[in-house]
Design a protein around this ligand. Structure first.
Ligand code: PEP
Ligand code: MN
Length: 356
């Protein structure tokens, strides 16, 4: 249930309601710990007979109690009625702000490869650098990523470009290591329902991007976000990356309608990944533009200096020129990309880099 506090309610009222909730076996989560306006009372079997909701409704410091908050209260608009931004280093995603472009290689393969892409991404106006250090590969014989060495290279690319890093974590025992370098952790499509991983990633103190499973419903996706939020994630970004389908001409099918629908249900930023959605570099830019024209909060794309030589996902990777052309296309539809949208590392960003 969600408790909407009366505008005059103070922090003491929120604490009192929290202790009533605890006695009922629930946890009270404030929307804003400094000045709570709404409290989500979460836990197993919240208020079976409705007695607690009825009791809270009688309080003068409570304006309303929402009983039909859906399966994922913390991720829902009932808890935060407006889109809320997620901060990743100096980059703000969502919250009604300008869209973000995240770009980078599927997998970090070498220093030269990563730095070439990172500089091209910064020049194109990207505000996040992606790059897999640990790769979830269908075949055990495929390139699995450079692991810790890739994390060192990502940190170097951040120092050079000022771009915050998003990189995937595959297992709970990797979370601590990956979170040392990542500014945002990535949960891949295949792991969207790896609940132990979600709980560990949510507790790592970093924002998390959770990709939609390739056969996940919107509610299942939101529940993955709920796991992260319930475990304390300071922010969650939803990423639609295409669903399994019956045609072999495209790798997946981008559920743009689903991405838009989930934004109606949730305050979380929603971005799309047209690289994995299509598997085809010729379709990446048109789909990216479609997502941004529809008002989504950003796109994440794979880029490689020599896509045909890539160790993973080459067919869907843009080369450096195609990335620049995509950025021009984005400006062409009138979308202004989120800062830092320049290849120049400003003093503010320099300060942030040194703090990492
Ligand atoms: C990736 O981003 O490289 C990746 C493996 O994505 P997904 O989990 O969407 O397949
Ligand atoms: Mn990939």
């Amino acid at each position: 249930m969600i408790v909407v506090l009366h505008p005059s309610a103070d922090a003491a009222a929120a604490r009192e309601i929290g202790s009533i909730a605890r006695k009922a076996g629930l946890r009270s989560v404030p929307d804003d710990p400094a000045k709570p306006r709404r409290l989500a009372l979460v836990g197993a079997a919240p208020d079976p007979g409705g007695a607690l909701a009825a009791e809270l409704e009688q309080r003068p410091d409570v304006a309303a109690v929402i009983r039909d908050e859906g399966p994922a209260p913390l991720a829902s608009r009932h808890f935060r009625p407006e889109p809320a931004p997620v901060m990743v280093g100096p980059t703000s995603i969502g919250g009604g702000g300008p869209p973000v472009l995240a770009a980078g290689p599927c997998a970090v393969e070498s220093r030269d490869q990563l730095l070439a892409v990172a500089h091209a991404a910064a020049r194109a106006g990207a505000s996040l650098l992606r790059g897999g250090a640990f790769k979830p590969r269908t075949s055990p014989y495929a390139f699995q990523g450079l692991g810790p060495e890739a994390l060192r290279l990502l940190a170097e690319a951040r120092r050079e470009t000022g771009l915050p890093i998003v990189t995937e974590v595959l297992a709970p025992e990797q979370v601590e290591l990956v979170a040392e370098t990542a500014d945002m952790l990535q949960i891949g499509a295949r792991n969207m329902q790896n609940f132990a991983l979600l709980a560990a990633a949510g507790a790592a103190g970093r924002p998390v991007m959770v990709k939609r499973g390739m056969h996940a419903t919107l509610d299942e996706w939101l529940l993955a976000a709920e796991y992260l939020l319930a475990s304390g994630a300071p922010g969650v970004v939803l990423c639609e990356r295409g669903l399994r389908h019956f045609d072999s001409r495209t790798r997946n099918i981008l559920d743009l309608a689903g991405a838009l629908a989930v934004r109606e249900l949730s305050h979380l930023p929603v971005i799309i990944d047209p690289s994995h959605a299509t598997g085809r570099r010729d379709l990446v830019t048109p789909l990216a533009l479609a997502g941004l024209a529809a008002g989504l909060d950003g796109v994440i794309v794979e880029v490689h200096p020599e896509p045909d030589a890539a160790l993973s996902d080459g067919p869907q990777s843009l080369d450096l020129d195609a990335l620049a052309a995509m950025a021009d296309g984005i400006r062409g539809i009138g979308a202004r990309l989120a800062a830092p949208a320049s290849a120049v590392v400003t003093p503010g960003i320099q300060g942030w880099i040194s703090s990492r």
